[in-house]
Design a protein around this ligand. Structure first.
Ligand SMILES: *[C@@H]1O[C@H](CO)[C@@H](O)[C@H](O)[C@H]1NC(C)=O
Length: 252
């Protein structure tokens, strides 16, 4: 057991020895590695000590020292920060523990990730005082963790996102659907941003307010049908006119 663990466990062991188990005191230590880039350049190592549900102190590798959050925690932080052996060890953890393990975990999970297929469609057009509804969906991705957000002119929107649901397809793949209810303004750009381990950077899909392809195709098919109808009708009319004109020429 390291000196660090000895220091933190000692008072807690004492406490439980005096209070027994009936009160259910609970202590835990967390070691977190937080990162979102594939080169681990943004890796942050956190070491937090909690008693009951309160975090007493935490080492954050970006800060480079322990910070206490409770009266007890402040004392512990002070002592830890004074100890060069502890500080040297904690400062090394971002490489020794986080980057090292992230490589192992990623080769097992992230490198087997599957990119989501993203669609952005209109579920309801704006009309009168009724806002428009857009749906951004991501299909068949792995692993489960994903973030779907909405941007208006590049800035994240939070207030108008009505629902986000994530579902398991039951075959290791997942899908997610996020709805945005908004009042369109001319000249603005609405985008759906998807963040997933399979992407090296967030995937941004811009909303094209002109008619979607399906609608354009329907209009094109309808228009072609109309033109064809007019041609046939005109041909029929000409044929009829010619025939009836011919009939007049034939004496009865
Ligand atoms: C770690 O510290 C940095 C720098 O102060 C801060 O931006 C970041 O939010 C901290 N991380 C956590 C999880 O507290």
């Amino acid at each position: 057991m390291s000196l660090l663990k000895l220091l933190i466990f000692h008072p807690i062991l004492m406490l439980s020895a005096f209070t027994g188990t009936a009160h259910g005191y609970y202590t835990y230590t967390m070691y977190d590695c937080v990162y979102s880039t594939s080169d681990y350049s943004d890796m942050v190592y956190l070491n937090s000590y909690s008693f009951n549900q309160v975090v007493d102190l935490q080492f954050n590798s970006s800060v480079g020292k322990y910070v206490g959050y409770t009266e007890q925690g402040v004392k512990f932080a002070e002592n830890f920060n004074k100890d060069p052996a502890i500080m040297q060890q904690q400062k090394a953890e971002v490489d020794r523990f986080c980057r090292h393990n992230a490589q192992i975990w990623d080769s097992a999970v992230r490198d087997k990730s599957v990119k989501p297929k993203i669609t952005l469609r209109s579920a309801r057009q704006a009309g009168g005082s009724r806002p428009a509804v857009l749906v951004c969906s991501a299909y068949e991705f792995y692993p489960k963790k994903i973030k779907v957000s909405w941007l208006r002119d590049g800035k994240e929107m939070t207030s108008d996102v009505t629902s986000t649901m994530e579902m398991a397809d039951g075959n290791w793949f997942y899908q997610i659907h996020s709805e945005l209810e908004y009042t369109p303004k001319s000249g603005e750009k609405i985008s759906c941003m998807v963040e997933h381990a399979s992407f090296s950077k967030p995937m941004i899909t811009d909303w094209d307010p002109s008619l979607p392809e399906g609608e354009r195709n329907k209009i094109a098919i309808g228009a072609s049908g109309l033109v064809l109808g007019i041609i046939i009708a005109a041909a029929g009319l000409i044929y009829y006119k010619k025939k009836s004109a011919g009939r007049i020429l034939v004496p009865n």
